[in-house]
Design a protein around this ligand. Structure first.
Ligand code: DMJ
Length: 583
């Protein structure tokens, strides 16, 4: 349950919540522990712990793996071939060298957030001098886009931001030049009859003969932020246009239930796998619709997202959980919780469904606490780990959602969750040579791989949970790989008043009540409840919140009625409220 004060702060207007979600300082108005010196000291201590984790991972990478892609922390060696990116090469390095300095690129924006301008500058200069994409390497378009293009574009913006006082004098848009070169190498992938891009492309030679025509929904729908930003920065419309064309085509392939499958053929535009959910192969497609709307302001993205989101909530959601379903019939297919799904509550915070986000987040926390980390797949109907997908590769999604929920509520319980994530990571995955993935969450056997997203996302979201200085009074959208892109007036079709910090008094304007959350209005009967500081609040008519402050329960009576399904919640054996009786 949320404390009463916080409950009264839950505002469900779409625009308002979008604004609140990206402008955290306003939440200080209704922050129950804000200013409490002990709580602040605790946050500072946790922030320093996360800083230590970042540098333990980073320094070991620099020592034993750089300039290769990723670190193997158990053997203190490196990996390029295991990288999902294929093997990028740096031309000016020794002949036997394969690598793209991927982890360095992925660390750039984290270094800025940690305030390490010196190391950021060093990294920018090194990449400017040594990185080249003119190499015979087959790369995965999705991965290369979110990690390399996103990393470079975000770092370019940070490097040219006068507030950061970075790379003075020595920076002449080298990262943007590299990003443009990479973007141009992506373009042949889009030359298909459908405009849907190939999943794989050779950076030097384009699409290879006999290249696979199969790709994923995320592969086609997770390009618009990076390629859109590249177009806006360079004035070259080709990148945004290719990404938007692919997105529109993908959306046209939805079923009458507004659902999409997981894999498809880029030549024919036909679905291969009709079952889908919010996890692997689809996840960031949803994320990019709403984030593209925030970044570029196009109503088109919001309309797509709205229909897609309602489809998800209607056909995939079961109480606080999300199963998979057939896009044609809406029939449930797989009853599995996956580690990747844990980003969903964070996305729900962005659109204002904070209650629904909170209840799903709790289930992920419960599974995390059960094993110490999140297994890749967990069978909901048997409440056990999937027999083969038992691993935890240091994924960021739970930390990410925890960060968003803390920003939206300032509920100190999320700090406790963050603390428990930090403790688990240090206890189970920290080794002398960095942080190692977990091969099997039931035995905590480790695997020799420190993925680059541990530095780009996991450490970053934990750090931001404990110190949001970086984005207070700045409006950033984080890409799916955690690279920040600023919300700029000049990139926006129509920048809402709410995005402009000087207009923050906007929230007192009652006329905005007409922009109530379309999400909650469509999913559950709505009513306007009494005002908090005169601002009307749209709320589900049947929602009864939990009665306990700490989100945990002893009996069913402690659990209220779910705000979106209107179902009575019950207390699980492990002490969490949820729609347990309806599984
Ligand atoms: C990251 O590369 C991105 O977040 C991506 O969208 C999917 N998940 C991995 C980390 O788990």
């Amino acid at each position: 349950m949320m404390p009463p004060l916080l409950l009264s702060c839950r505002l469900s207007w779409t625009w308002l919540v979008l604004f609140l979600a990206i402008s955290p300082s306003i939440f200080h108005l209704c922050n129950s522990h804000y200013g409490d010196p002990r709580a602040e000291a605790k946050r500072r201590q946790l922030r320093e712990e996360v800083r230590g984790m970042f540098y333990h991972a980073y320094n070991n990478y620099m020592m034993y793996a750089f300039p290769h892609d990723e670190l193997k922390p158990l053997t203190k060696t490196f990996t390029d071939s295991l990288s999902e990116l294929g093997n990028l090469k740096l031309e000016r390095l020794p002949q036997n060298y394969n690598g793209s300095a991927l982890t360095l690129i992925e660390s750039l924006s984290s270094l800025v957030i940690l305030g390490d301008n010196t190391e950021f500058e060093r990294a920018v200069i090194w990449l400017s001098k040594n990185l080249s994409f003119d190499v015979d390497a087959r790369i995965n378009l999705f991965e290369c886009n979110i990690r390399v293009l996103g990393g470079l574009v975000s770092a370019h913006i940070l490097a040219t931001d006068s507030a950061n006082r970075l790379v003075q004098g020595s920076y002449q848009n080298q990262l943007l030049i590299l990003a443009k070169d990479l973007g141009e190498r992506f373009l042949p992938a889009f030359e298909t009859p459908t405009g849907l891009p190939y999943a794989w492309i050779n950076l030097k030679y384009g699409v290879l003969v006999n290249e696979t025509t199969e790709t994923s929904t995320s592969g086609c729908g997770t390009l618009i932020l990076e390629m859109g930003a590249l177009s806006r920065l360079t004035g070259d419309p080709r990148f945004e246009s290719a990404a938007l064309g692919a997105l529109r085509k993908l959306w046209s392939m939805r079923s009458s239930l507004n659902l999409l499958g997981t894999t498809l053929n880029v030549e024919t535009g036909e679905w291969i796998e009709y079952s889908s959910g919010i996890g692997a192969g689809v996840d960031s497609f949803y994320e990019y619709l709403v984030k593209a709307h925030i970044l570029f302001g196009k109503e088109e993205y919001w309309r797509m997202f709205q229909s897609a989101y309602v489809g998800v909530q209607k056909y995939f959601r079961h109480g606080p959980w999300y199963h998979e379903a057939d896009m044609r019939t809406g029939e449930a297919t797989y009853w599995q919780l996956t580690s990747l799904q844990a980003f969903w509550p964070g996305l729900q915070v962005l659109v204002g469904d904070v209650d629904a986000a909170n209840s799903s987040h709790r289930e992920f926390v419960h599974v995390w606490e059960k094993y110490g980390v999140l297994p890749e797949r967990y069978l909901l109907d048997h409440q056990i780990v999937h027999p083969t997908e038992k691993y935890y590769p240091l994924r960021p999604e739970l930390a990410e959602s925890t960060f968003y929920l803390y920003q939206a509520t300032k509920d100190p319980w999320y700090i406790e969750v963050g603390e428990s994530i930090v403790k688990s990571l240090n206890r189970h995955t920290k080794v002398r040579g960095g942080f190692a993935s977990v091969r099997d969450v039931t035995t905590m056997q480790l695997e020799d791989h420190q993925h680059s997203f541990f530095l780009a996302e996991t450490c970053k979201y934990l750090y931001l949970l404990f110190d949001d200085t970086f984005w207070v009074e700045h409006n950033y959208v984080f890409t799916t790989e955690g690279h920040p892109l600023p919300v700029l007036r000049e990139w926006h079709d129509r920048l809402p008043e709410a995005y402009i910090p000087s207009n923050w008094t906007f929230i007192k304007d009652d006329r905005q009540a007409s922009k109530a959350s379309s999400m909650s209005l469509q999913l559950c009967p709505a009513t306007i409840l009494s005002a908090w500081r005169q601002a009307p609040r749209i709320e589900s008519a049947c929602h009864i919140p939990d009665s306990r402050m700490d989100h945990r329960c002893l009996t069913d009576e402690d659990c209220g009625v779910d705000s979106t399904s209107c179902r009575r919640r019950s207390c699980s054996t492990s002490g969490y409220c949820g729609s347990w009786l309806f599984l």
